[in-house]
Design a protein around this ligand. Structure first.
Ligand SMILES: NC(=O)c1ccc[n+]([C@@H]2O[C@H](COP(=O)([O-])OP(=O)(O)OC[C@H]3O[C@@H](n4cnc5c(N)ncnc54)[C@H](O)[C@@H]3O)[C@@H](O)[C@H]2O)c1
Length: 281
């Protein structure tokens, strides 16, 4: 499809956590449908996570893929926990690409699992700081740019199936993701008059680095010493109504694209699950 006929043609999108995984997929999908993309990521190690961090090379690969999809792109390294730094990178991206219409607050981490009351306070704080305050920072630096454009816009927050139900071993993650439901609703109420829609997408397990590691496998298959990918898949699939152990980043990107596009022009303050029925809505 040519950019001129894309579902978000002529829009500028700001995607956090864009170096790999779902964030990269959202950036590329939006570009395929005509958006220019401001792609940011931390690209650095995070203390206490059980999987390899994204790198500057990963973000460069996202740049390459967005360009290959026909999109203009601005990439920057920024930490969603640092609102000022994030705002400066966004400002440079907006100056280069000429405005802002779409925000995908996607950056997130999951820490090494522990029971709620035994969670290390530093790790608890890290979950809240990145997954909840990071999304708030993303929105608060972005909204003035959308308002300045005077065209309205769409904010898509990536929450989780764990924003709507509890799972064991990741209380800080669950609390932060539940918080995103409140953030989505509060922003939607305030920003409606500006024609800025705010919704959240709640995926079940998505096939990325975040879940394909020993710590998460063990969380799903606690009775086994060293669960395999196949054992994890069986346990994960048993949670779903549809016969799949997980969804792909592209499945989440389809929901993001819909909410970002004018097709969803009267949808705000809503939850869009991409969860194979793990939560029966
Ligand atoms: N994978 C899943 O099963 C799953 C399920 C539901 C929701 N989610 C959510 O989807 C989002 C994307 O996760 P993913 O599965 O693509 O994992 P991922 O680890 O592949 O990608 C997350 C990205 O966020 C970046 N990031 C982390 N901390 C950051 C910070 N402080 N500032 C800027 N960037 C930062 C990482 O560098 C990484 O590139 C997260 O919010 C996650 O919580 C994931």
């Amino acid at each position: 499809m040519s950019a001129a006929r894309g579902r978000v043609a002529g829009k500028v999108a700001f995607v956090t956590g864009a170096a790999r995984g779902q964030g990269r997929s959202h950036a590329v999908r939006l570009a395929e449908e005509g958006a220019a993309v401001i792609a940011v990521d931390l690209c650095a190690p995070v203390e206490g996570i059980a999987y390899p961090p994204a790198t500057a090379g990963d973000l460069e690969e996202t740049r390459r893929l967005v360009e290959a999809a026909g999109g203009d792109v601005y990439t920057g390294i920024a930490d969603v926990r640092d609102g000022d730094g994030l705002g400066a990178v966004l400002e440079a991206g907006v100056a280069k690409l000429g405005g802002l219409d779409i925000v995908v607050a996607n950056a997130g981490i999951v820490h090494l699992p522990a029971p709620a009351v035994e969670t290390d306070p530093e790790r608890w704080r890290a979950m809240i700081d990145t997954n909840l305050t990071g999304a708030w920072n993303t929105c608060r630096v972005a909204v003035p740019h959308i308002v300045a454009g005077g065209r309205g816009g769409s904010i898509v927050v990536i929450s989780s199936a764990g924003a709507l139900k509890g799972y064991p071993g990741v209380a800080g993650y669950i609390a932060a993701k539940h918080g995103l439901v409140g953030l989505t609703r509060a922003l939607a109420v305030e920003l409606g008059p500006e024609r800025i829609r705010v919704n959240h997408v709640a995926p079940t397990q998505v096939s990325t680095e975040m879940i394909h590691n020993e710590a998460i496998y063990k969380l799903f298959v606690p009775e086994t010493e060293e669960p395999t990918r196949e054992e994890f898949a069986t346990a994960s699939e048993a949670m779903h109504l549809l016969p799949t152990p997980w969804v792909e980043p592209a499945d989440v990107s389809a929901a993001v694209l819909f909410l970002a596009s004018e097709e969803a022009r009267f949808i705000t303050a809503s939850t869009l699950p991409v969860d194979a029925g793990v939560n029966q809505h």
